[in-house]
Design a protein around this ligand. Structure first.
Ligand SMILES: [Zn+2]
Length: 369
């Protein structure tokens, strides 16, 4: 590193010594410079959540930035941290997390935070703030492990509509702590949504933390990704009815692992993803209803799965689009390489199978049937 003086003239005027800071190494590119595509790793946490985004642009530290949506499960200790580090290595970026969302406080999302913080620097955390006790030991053990980490890391509690400043990306929080986006995202036209003719609603299971999930839309030019963590079915409807505030997306991670409590047809068929990725395990998530909803969505080209689903009625995709088959697998990822023209390449970390999705999507035929 080369130390240089910044603000010399101003400092001299004030009669002070110039401020000396570390400058980027010679040849480094300026913050904001786009140097590649957006990489999105869907990391297998055996039914939890961990999605690593590597920014297309250089950040303040002179490298591409890393943005992690959830650090995965608490147990077995350190497993999911190792899988996140393996993804950082695969991407060829420093082993550091610049931005981390803790979407909510269930153990399959927050549980891996302490082990990850032991191994890598985490620069900024976004979480929903106050916890709603659920009096369920399994769900709360992950949160209890996170609390000491939360006390020492810089944590922000965003509002719906707020941006998370990842280099080269436009990341908008669309849900947090039960609060939902109220106005359309930039560039989304407010118009009546034909998916909203009496959409089926649900009586939710008793898991209030899910309703507090931080959800985001990530935009890189024409490419858009929707990740609502474990937000509930009825809240999903609020985001698209009576007006679709989210617009359409290229990529959608099936809400709540593809379980029956999320993934309402009104949401999925409104945002019309071209590609969906399911973060299930052999029996958690990945229910027949979710397969049916996603595979009948207008414009859907493929559903990729972190796991083969053993649930009755599961319409599993072709084996090349499934990353893992058993509970004791080594945790293969699915990687999406997204470009700002809206095109994508999806890769199966198990066998290297890749598929291209061109910039122009096939015309979407909408039907109310
Ligand atoms: Zn979950």
């Amino acid at each position: 590193m080369i130390a240089v003086a910044l603000g010399t003239a101003a400092a001299a005027q004030m009669g002070q010594a110039p401020v000396v800071v570390d400058a980027p190494a010679a040849g480094a590119q300026a913050p904001g410079t786009v140097v590649g595509p957006l990489e999105i790793y869907f990391i297998d946490t055996e039914g939890g959540q961990s999605v690593l985004l590597v920014s297309p642009a250089i950040g303040m530290y002179g490298t591409r930035e890393t943005f992690l949506i959830d650090p995965g499960n608490l147990n077995p200790p350190g497993r999911d941290a190792e899988r996140i580090i393996a993804a950082l290595k695969d991407a060829g970026v420093p082993e550091r997390i610049d931005h981390m969302i803790v979407s909510h406080y269930h153990g399959d999302h927050v549980g891996g935070a302490a082990a990850l913080a032991d191994k890598v620097t985490i620069r900024r955390v976004y979480d929903p703030g106050a916890v709603t006790p659920e009096l369920n030991g399994n769900r709360e053990s992950g949160f209890m492990a996170y609390l000491p980490v939360r006390n020492i890391l810089p944590v922000s509690v965003p509002k719906a509509g707020q941006k998370i400043p990842v280099a080269g990306l436009d990341v908008t929080v669309v849900s947090v702590a039960g609060e939902l986006l109220k106005t359309p995202l930039n560039g989304v036209r407010r118009s009546a949504n034909s998916q909203c003719n009496n959409p089926m609603r649900q009586i939710q299971d008793n898991t209030p933390n899910n309703a507090e999930s931080i959800g985001v839309v990530v935009e890189f030019g024409k490419f858009r990704y929707l990740d609502l963590a474990d937000l509930t079915w009825n809240q999903e409807i609020e985001l698209v009815c009576p007006n679709n505030l989210l617009g359409q997306v290229q990529l959608y991670r099936t809400t709540r692992h593809g379980a029956q409590w999320s993934g309402s047809p009104a949401l999925v068929h409104s945002v019309q993803p071209r590609v969906a990725v399911m973060n299930n395990n052999p029996t958690k998530g990945g229910v027949a209803l979710t397969f049916k909803t996603v595979k009948s969505s207008p414009g859907l080209e493929d559903l990729w799965q972190l796991h083969w689903s053993e649930n009755p009625g599961a319409q599993n995709s072709a084996e090349n689009m499934v990353a893992n088959f058993t509970k004791d697998d080594p945790g293969h990822f699915i990687r999406v390489t997204a470009r700002n023209d809206g095109s994508m390449t999806v890769k199966n970390g198990r066998n290297g199978f890749t598929k291209e999705y061109s910039a122009s999507r096939a015309p979407v035929v909408t039907s109310s049937r």
